[in-house]
Design a protein around this ligand. Structure first.
Ligand SMILES: [Zn+2]
Ligand SMILES: [Zn+2]
Length: 167
């Protein structure tokens, strides 16, 4: 994932990188191939990279604990400046030394890939999860727990619903 930018003239260039997840340094959640497409806009003062990645992750559902696969597509930009200036608080901006002739995409690729993992992992938006009463996977089985008692947490809401139904 190295771009030897001194090999390119000023202007727009398109580059591809293809790698196995296992060889890329990504965490074990990722599998299969990582496809990275880079649009490089090189000019006198800076290089702007727009990076698009296709990744495949194996995640565990928060509700039913089943493992499921998700395709992740993400895009980000990185700016590399040839001159040091005061914008070093911006994480998307990198600075190149006069001796540098390459950009290593790997640190940004790994960071953005890990950040792309959703906070809320669901095998399906409608996943019914696991019954807190008897532990069955409610996507596959029905259980009678819900019929026997109403979870006290929901009781006030049901009362509200009763009222609004009567209106
Ligand atoms: Zn699920
Ligand atoms: Zn149950």
């Amino acid at each position: 994932m190295i771009i030897k930018f001194t090999n390119y003239a000023d202007g727009i260039h398109e580059l591809d990188f293809h790698q196995k997840s296992a060889e890329s340094g990504l965490s074990k959640m990722f599998f299969g191939d990582v496809d990275i497409y880079v649009r490089m806009d090189k000019s006198f003062h800076q290089i702007v990279l727009t990076i698009t990645m296709d990744l495949h992750a194996k995640l565990q559902c928060d509700r039913c604990t089943k493992e499921y696969e998700e395709d992740i597509n993400l895009e980000f930009s990185s700016i590399y400046l040839f001159e040091q200036n005061d914008r070093d608080d911006d994480t998307e901006v990198h600075f190149l030394d006069p001796d540098d002739d390459k950009i290593d995409l790997r640190p940004d690729v790994l960071d953005y890939a890990e950040l792309s993992i959703p906070m809320k992992k669901l095998c399906d938006d409608d996943c019914k999860g696991i019954c807190s009463g008897c532990g069955v996977d409610l996507n596959k089985y029905e259980c009678n727990c819900g019929d026997e008692k109403i979870n006290p947490v929901w009781a006030p809401l049901l009362k509200l619903k009763d009222k609004s139904d009567k209106k």
